[in-house]
Design a protein around this ligand. Structure first.
Ligand SMILES: NC(=O)c1ccc[n+]([C@@H]2O[C@H](COP(=O)([O-])OP(=O)(O)OC[C@H]3O[C@@H](n4cnc5c(N)ncnc54)[C@H](OP(=O)(O)O)[C@@H]3O)[C@@H](O)[C@H]2O)c1
Length: 342
């Protein structure tokens, strides 16, 4: 008999999430039925979407999230013991996966909940990359940049949330394509990583510097593309400094995730910037490229192998520290992808 641990949502988050909004539960798992298999989590992801998306699930739901797990027992011929899987199994260590809880992917769902895939062979690279550069965040960066910003060599791009999983990835692809890359992030250590190791041209610490002044200096001719991870006043400032026909990819608005939709913080109206600069602003959700998921992974893998794409992980050890990793990421404690290693 296997004992599993999981975190259950018992109170909807209000403001910043609290540890008491979740309950740590142990349960005994039943024996496997036909077409089921048992997996043990090795790496779990903590991501910004978990803050707003949990509001869409009933209380009592296992906290949502993806993990890389190893198959421990199996009664399913396609999922043999020893293989690794990636899937949205939630915040739990052991899980029985069966026909009732996988392979129900719909283009319309925001998250590929219910999808379980055998981890592709990535050789000597860490399986945890399937949660970052070779997973959802990396695919977000690739398609969001290529399909929405449509970058061209010689252009200038600004990226907010630049030192996180998605932002750091976007900046490197843009640099490889021949753009001038400006990142905005929340510490000097993050800025140094972006410019010294990832090749960003300029990095702005929004906590200590004026974004408006720094951008005027870094991009005196204006900005062609903006890859937006944070929203709010930062985005207004950037958009007023864009060139005619600039393109904005709205990937995330983490600066307001801790607020109720009715009480969002006010920021400078961006419509005048959109009108005056004739901007094209488009929001996207990565699942809209579900049918091209493998292309995203293959492209990112190739760039990693060619040393054109670097990654960093902030790893928290221990399943019992899931909440600390989550809140740490929301507060900006991570550089690159935030991961929990069981
Ligand atoms: N559209 C999609 O399909 C899609 C898919 C994946 C992710 N996303 C979005 O992309 C964004 C980045 O996700 P990620 O996984 O790469 O997370 P991440 O950037 O690795 O981690 C979150 C980061 O957000 C920054 N942050 C927190 N509060 C902030 C605030 N008030 N103002 C500015 N920055 C703040 C922190 O960095 P600092 O130290 O710089 O503040 C923190 O490290 C999020 O908005 C996420 O929701 C969207």
């Amino acid at each position: 008999m296997v004992k599993a641990k999981k975190y259950v949502l018992i109170k909807y988050f209000e403001g910043e999430p609290k540890a008491t909004d979740l309950k740590f539960v142990e349960e005994e798992l039943p024996p496997l039925q036909n077409e089921e298999f048992l997996v043990k989590a090795e790496y779990l992801s903590v991501d910004p979407y978990m803050r707003p998306y949990t509001q869409n699930f009933p209380l009592g739901t296992t906290m949502i999230g993806s993990q890389v797990a190893r198959i421990m027992e199996s009664k399913h011929p396609d999922f043999p013991v020893g293989k690794r899987v990636i899937g949205y199994l939630g915040w739990r260590d052991y899980t029985i996966v069966g026909p009732s809880n996988f392979s129900k992917v719909s283009q319309n769902t925001l998250l590929p909940v219910g999808r379980i895939d055998i981890l592709p062979d990535i050789g000597d690279l860490s399986p945890s990359l399937a949660l970052g550069a070779l997973g959802m965040p990396g695919i977000t960066a690739y398609f969001g940049l290529m399909e929405i910003c449509k970058p061209k060599p010689g252009e200038t791009i600004v990226i907010s949330g630049a030192a996180g999983a998605v932002g750091s990835h976007v900046g490197q692809i843009a640099k490889n394509l021949g753009l001038t890359v400006i990142g905005i992030c929340g510490s000097d250590e993050k800025c140094k990583w972006l410019t010294d190791e990832l090749g960003f041209d300029v990095a702005i610490n929004y906590k200590t510097k004026s974004i408006a002044k720094s951008l005027r200096k870094a991009a005196p001719q204006g900005i062609d593309c903006y890859f937006d991870n944070v929203g709010g006043e930062t985005s207004s400032i950037v958009m007023y400094q864009m060139k005619q026909f600039g393109r904005v990819a709205v990937c995330g608005t983490i600066s307001n995730y801790n607020y109720d939709l009715e009480l969002l913080p006010k920021s400078t109206d961006v419509l005048t910037a959109i009108l005056m600069h004739r901007l094209k602003v488009e929001g996207f959700v990565v699942s809209q490229w579900m049918d091209r998921w493998t292309e995203g992974i293959q492209q990112n893998l190739q760039w990693i192998r060619e040393d054109k794409l670097r990654y960093r992980e902030t790893v928290t050890k221990g399943f019992e520290n899931m909440f600390d990793a989550f809140i740490g990421m929301l507060r900006g404690g991570n550089i690159g992808k935030a991961i929990v290693q069981v």
